[in-house]
Design a protein around this ligand. Structure first.
Ligand SMILES: Nc1nc2c(ncn2[C@@H]2O[C@H](COP(=O)(O)OP(=O)(O)O)[C@@H](O)[C@H]2O)c(=O)[nH]1
Ligand SMILES: [Mg+2]
Ligand SMILES: [Zn+2]
Length: 379
């Protein structure tokens, strides 16, 4: 068993990637006139930079991204290592490394420690399970997570998937149509969670591609990999198969964009349920209702997540947002005010760049919506 020691743990959110954009990110200043505009609304990040401390007995690295559940010392000699493949309410389905599938509850202490998580356990978690009976068990420990996609949900962090290397941000050109602000939010979540984003634009057979070439150009120029696909014609599927062949890949995006169809096309034996064409119009209905971790014959793993139309960021202050828009960076030193929020200020170099088409309007609108914490438009 690992050595135990007493440590002070900071219960601070999202420490891992924060420093990356720090040279560009100015600290929130309380006497900044613009701060009035955010103080009245709910903050993106509920507790801000405040941190809480606790002394607990620990056996692992306190710098991990998701410290709390993993820091609980337990005797693992009677436990099996495994991975959470599905979560149904209070029950987690764990694929143990020995091949068994176990229906598991969660040790109470883990629930107590995960103070700002909507769910203690999420799909993709690596866990230690104390088996009881043939197919049941209790999750005793969750390993530190790396590679997460999280969103804010009613003041808590909702981790959609853990331990993924990359995320496919899937959209459709038509039915239901591209929603660029949703893509932008997933991109930011991927960056904060340490996950490589890949933008997939599906249903190319339904769209006049010339009309959408600017979308491909926009995101390629920002440095993201963009894949144009069609399950109908097979366009882009070879590249997709290549990308999914190793590591663990999450699939995200609205319901009806073709996530399950893409996976079925990559591996025909999967037979994931696919929604009717009319599904995207009936907004309440989601074909995939729970995330599921699936092993592909190629050796890679995929997690097909439930469709989300809205996506609120977690753990990012409005003032930090500019650091997540790489195309803003060259202009930031040109703003008249060093703490410019690029919203209402005069002599803002970012706004000037938007006027001169050097920054795309759709990206700037995404920024504004995030800054003012507005939901994505429904259409
Ligand atoms: N025309 C066209 N339809 C597609 C394509 N991919 C998926 N679909 C259809 O879109 C609907 C929703 O697909 P589904 O895979 O269930 O989407 P999911 O909710 O993202 O998993 C289904 O009727 C699919 O047949 C595509 O590339 N072209
Ligand atoms: Mg689906
Ligand atoms: Zn500015």
């Amino acid at each position: 068993m690992a050595k135990k020691r007493k440590i002070r743990v900071e219960f601070r959110k999202n420490r891992a990637k924060r420093t990356r954009a720090n040279d560009l990110t100015r600290r929130f200043s309380p006497d900044d006139p613009a701060s009035d505009q955010i103080s009245g609304t709910e903050r993106v990040r509920a507790k801000g930079d405040l941190s809480r401390h606790r002394t607990i007995i620990a056996e692992t690295d306190p710098d991990s991204q998701q410290p709390a559940p993993s820091l609980v010392a337990v005797d693992l000699s009677e436990c099996l290592p495994g991975r959470v493949v599905r979560v149904h309410g209070l029950e987690s389905i764990v694929q143990a490394d020995d091949g068994r599938t176990l229906r598991c509850g969660v040790r109470r202490l883990l629930k107590t420690l995960a103070i700002d998580e909507r769910h203690v356990i999420t799909v993709g978690d690596r866990v230690w399970v104390r088996p009881s009976g043939d197919d049941q068990g209790l999750i005793e420990k969750v390993e530190p997570r790396s590679g997460t996609i999280s969103r804010g949900y009613r003041g808590t962090r909702h981790t959609l998937v853990a331990n993924v290397d990359q995320i496919l941000i899937v959209s459709a050109f038509e039915e239901p149509g591209l929603k660029l602000p949703l893509i932008d939010r997933y991109l930011i979540s991927a960056e904060t969670g340490g996950v490589r984003p890949i933008i997939v634009l599906n249903k190319a057979d339904l769209a006049p591609l010339a009309q959408y070439q600017w979308v491909v150009g926009l995101y390629s120029q920002l440095g993201y990999e963009v894949l144009v696909t069609s399950v109908r014609t097979g366009l882009g599927l070879d590249r997709l198969r290549e990308l999914l062949a190793s590591g663990c890949t999450g699939l995200s995006g609205q319901s009806g964009v073709g996530k399950s169809s893409l996976l079925n096309a990559i591996q025909p034996g999967l037979k994931l349920r696919v929604g009717e064409v009319s599904d995207w119009t009936r907004k309440g209905r989601h074909t995939t209702t729970t995330a599921e971790l699936i092993r592909l014959d190629s050796g890679g793993y995929v997690v097909d997540t439930p469709g989300l139309r809205q996506f609120e960021l977690w753990g990012i202050e409005p003032r930090e947002l500019e650091g997540y828009f790489p195309e803003f960076r060259p202009y930031l030193p040109g703003c008249r005010f060093p703490d410019c929020s690029h919203t209402h200020e005069h002599d803002c170099a970012v706004k000037a760049a938007v006027r001169h088409d050097q920054i795309h309007l759709s990206r700037y609108e995404s920024y504004l919506k995030l800054y003012y914490q507005q939901p994505i438009d429904e259409d």
